[in-house]
Ligand binder design. Structure first.
Ligand code: ATP
Ligand code: SF4
Ligand code: MG
Length: 323
């Protein structure tokens, strides 16, 4: 058993986006990402809409065939492997619990389907017992088993989605913005449940979110994405308190602070301009169109991730200028 459960090396996932047969255009959704997640660890991934978070999660699970680069799972190269044996070990919880559950199936059958596919129960009774124990594990009960998704609240539906992922006894779960669609009042409950499940089942998570305030508590390390690349990656507290990349700093300045005095002292960094299109990303540093520290070098040279402290990686040419 490798400590390093998941690893990607220079992973790229491009989607065809028009152009002519001779000059095709591609959305460079994931453009050279190298990361690893250790067994039992949570790696948080944040960044604006469209920066490639879902695509990297889905590519790691091989729901897409990568354009280039490598994916390793438990020390084995799975970039081109037959995935059926791994499907059980690697699961996903989706952002939208409304769209991801089949409205015509009962909750019992939604959870039971994965048990059937992987032949994880000997008979009807064992299957039923398993379904009930999974529902209880996520805070639901046996009575919920015969109901349909529309009879549940958003939070309960997300619990069903989690029970479905857990049905096959996975090791690794891509949690793709699992609380974004939920009412703020229940977000914390669901996050706590993810943490408890991780503890009791030894799970490893890639936890995707739009903003840092969601991932900062649950993640051991956090990666910040911008237009298909990781621009900064560090242990969570290090990233929050000693961020170095101008983009990370702007994300941190947007985290709400409960204390009004602190909030008055803090300066919010507002980014100007829009995220450029991933179809034709800018040359050099992709952040240059919105960066107030951009220099000539940023025009032409793409900054590589450099280790600036133990486990703290940043991709920026002008770190000495950044405040
Ligand atoms: N199947 C696909 N075919 C073509 N383009 C795609 C496909 N999936 C994603 N894209 C494009 O790739 C880019 C990254 O999309 P992705 O869904 O990974 O972003 P995201 O960071 O998850 O965004 P969000 O926060 O809105 O969920 C976007 O420009 C998107 O339009
Ligand atoms: S490399 Fe240049 S443009 Fe990119 S973040 Fe650093 S200073 Fe800004
Ligand atoms: Mg997404």
């Amino acid at each position: 058993m490798a400590d390093r459960l998941v690893e990607t090396r220079d992973l790229k996932m491009y989607f065809r986006a028009g152009g002519s047969p001779f000059k095709p255009k591609f959305v460079k959704a994931v453009d050279g990402i190298s990361l690893h997640i250790d067994r039992g660890e949570t790696l948080g991934l944040v960044g604006e809409s469209g920066c490639g978070k879902t695509t990297i999660g889905r590519t790691i699970l091989r729901l897409y065939d990568p354009t280039s680069g490598k994916i390793y799972y438990d020390g084995k190269d799975i970039t081109k492997a037959k995935m059926f044996p791994y499907r059980r070990k690697m699961q996903i919880v989706f952002q939208d619990p409304y769209a991801s559950l089949d409205p015509r199936m009962t909750v019992g059958d939604i959870v039971g389907e994965a048990i059937d596919i992987h032949k994880l129960a000997a008979g009807k009774k064992e299957r039923n017992d398993k379904i009930i124990s999974l529902l209880e594990r996520v805070g639901l009960n046996s009575e919920h088993s015969n109901r349909y998704p529309h009879e549940f609240s958003g939070g309960q539906r997300q619990r069903v989605g989690i029970a479905r992922a857990l049905a096959v006894d996975p090791e690794f779960i891509v949690c793709d913005e699992p609380i974004s669609a939920l009412d703020v009042s229940i977000q914390a409950q669901v996050i706590n449940m993810f943490e408890e499940l991780q503890e009791s089942m030894g799970l490893t998570y890639l936890f995707i979110a739009h903003d840092l305030s969601v991932v900062k508590h649950i993640s051991d390390r956090i990666g910040v994405m911008y237009l298909g690349k990781i621009v900064e990656l560090a242990e969570s507290n290090e990233l929050i308190f000693h961020s170095a990349h101008p983009y990370t700093k702007s994300l941190i300045s947007a985290i709400p602070v409960a204390d009004p005095r602190l909030s008055r002292q803090r300066k919010r960094i507002i980014l100007e301009g829009d995220v450029p299109s991933p179809v034709d990303p800018p040359s050099g540093c992709r952040f240059k169109t919105r960066c107030r520290y951009a220099t000539q070098r940023c025009e032409s040279q793409d900054p590589k991730l450099q280790e600036i402290g133990p486990g703290h990686f940043v991709a920026c040419h002008n770190l000495d200028m950044v405040e």
